[in-house]
Ligand binder design. Structure first.
Ligand code: AMP
Length: 394
């Protein structure tokens, strides 16, 4: 795979697949611009090398063309962040689009209309991808969040270019995952939490080949505890995953991976901030009570493992961190990961809610890397080859 640093952009038109799928508030304003901000280093780098940028993204899941999901709405924010003029192109393919792109001068930026206004995009259509490729000399993919999708602009398009590479953001994502998966500094610890074990069975199974320690918290811990014969009261659990949990415990033993399950929990008689709370042994939760956070003994135990780790992956909260009554476990783990990072460990945080959690506790600058891809990150941890990354190497 080529690196962005080894490609000459001078005088070239560059198609950059970005992930500008940003959320909007009810008044129509961008409520979180971090995806745009994340793409800026690549755009600025190419401009600084005298290239011109043709930015392409999807926005939402349109069914045909709608003004509501037009990327035109992003232009003012993009202009503000780049501090330069950005022209909007009303389509992403076709003669008119080709003409506009062919006239681009070095240093200019255009934003194409929503790629998903064409069904061909998600169908990975060959002809549509070929038409997109006609707009530029070089292809750069910086949209990590969609690299697990085999779409026209994320995968099919790459075959039409000799000069293609990941953008600076995607390169960082690839390298961070590599740092964890290939030859990580030991001991390696994965902290896995979140609501459901079913969504992470494949991740956990694959991580058993990588880690020395596996800390399991959050709602998913209760299916393991039930498998081990504990009474979990009304805590969340998945009957149909009992067998998988048993298998994970057995395989971990053969592979000599230490699995740490919670020993105590903060339980409540209500799934709300206003119920009665008590600390209970996780094996002895009575009916009418549910475990909603890890307890103080578990925090201590988990912290000790994290403090000794040299490589750390964290995916999924330890409890219902959105409620202040049940956020202490997740907060303590976030602080332990930050402390370990300060002491030299490499920490990778990814997959949806653990990212939201680390931001809630304002520790996002104290870990090594926060992945921008939810589904893509999970598939990477499952050991799958992502189509968007594979396409750049072919
Ligand atoms: P996931 O998307 O699978 O990572 O799950 C994240 C969600 O799991 C968060 O919204 C948490 O509130 C929820 N969660 C974590 N621990 C528990 C628990 N003990 N019981 C119910 N939900 C939980």
């Amino acid at each position: 795979m080529k690196s962005i640093k080894n490609i000459s952009f001078s005088g070239k038109k560059v198609f950059i697949r970005v992930d500008f799928n940003v959320p909007f508030s009810s008044s129509g304003k961008i409520s979180d611009n971090s995806r745009i901000v994340a793409a800026l280093p690549t755009i600025k780098y190419i401009l600084s090398k005298n290239g011109s940028c043709i930015l392409a993204s999807h926005l939402g899941r349109p069914n045909g063309k709608t003004t509501e999901l037009s990327l035109k709405k992003l232009v003012p924010e993009l202009e503000r962040l780049l501090d330069q003029n950005v022209s909007f192109v009303e389509d992403c393919v076709g003669e008119k689009t080709e003409k506009i792109c062919s006239k681009l001068d070095p240093g200019q930026v255009v934003l194409l209309e929503n790629l998903r206004f064409y069904n061909e995009e998600t169908k990975a259509d060959y002809k549509f991808a070929k038409n997109l490729s006609k707009l530029s000399d070089i292809y750069v993919n910086d949209a990590y969040g969609t690299t697990h999708r085999e779409h026209a602009s994320t995968a099919t398009i790459a075959q039409f270019f000799t000069d293609k590479c990941p953008g600076l953001l995607l390169e960082k994502e690839i390298n961070s995952l590599k740092k964890l998966m290939d030859n990580p500094e030991k001991p390696v610890t994965a902290i896995i939490g979140g609501a459901k074990v079913s969504s992470k069975i494949s991740v956990i199974s694959n991580m058993l080949d990588v880690v020395d320690n596996l800390l399991i918290g959050g709602g998913m811990a209760y299916t393991f505890i039930k498998k081990k014969g504990g009474s979990i009261g009304d805590s969340i659990f998945e009957e149909e995953r009992l067998k998988d949990c048993g298998k994970i415990l057995d395989v971990a033993k053969t592979k000599k991976v230490n699995i740490f399950l919670p020993s105590d929990v903060i339980a409540s008689n209500k799934f709300s901030n206003t119920g009665t709370k008590k600390v209970l042994n996780i094996q002895e939760i009575p009916l009418g009570w549910q475990g909603l956070d890890i307890g103080p003994d578990t925090i201590d135990k988990f912290k000790k493992v994290i403090q000794k780790s040299k490589t750390i992956l964290w995916n999924g909260p330890m409890g219902v961190f959105e409620m202040s009554s049940f956020d202490k476990g997740t907060h303590a783990i976030a602080k332990a990961v930050a402390e370990s990072t300060r002491n030299g460990a490499f920490s990778l945080i990814g997959g949806g809610d653990s990212v939201a959690a680390i931001k809630k506790f304002n520790l996002q600058d104290q870990v090594s890397f926060i992945s921008t891809g939810g589904g893509a990150m999970l598939e990477g941890l499952e050991g799958k080859t992502l189509p968007g990354i594979k396409a750049l190497s072919e």
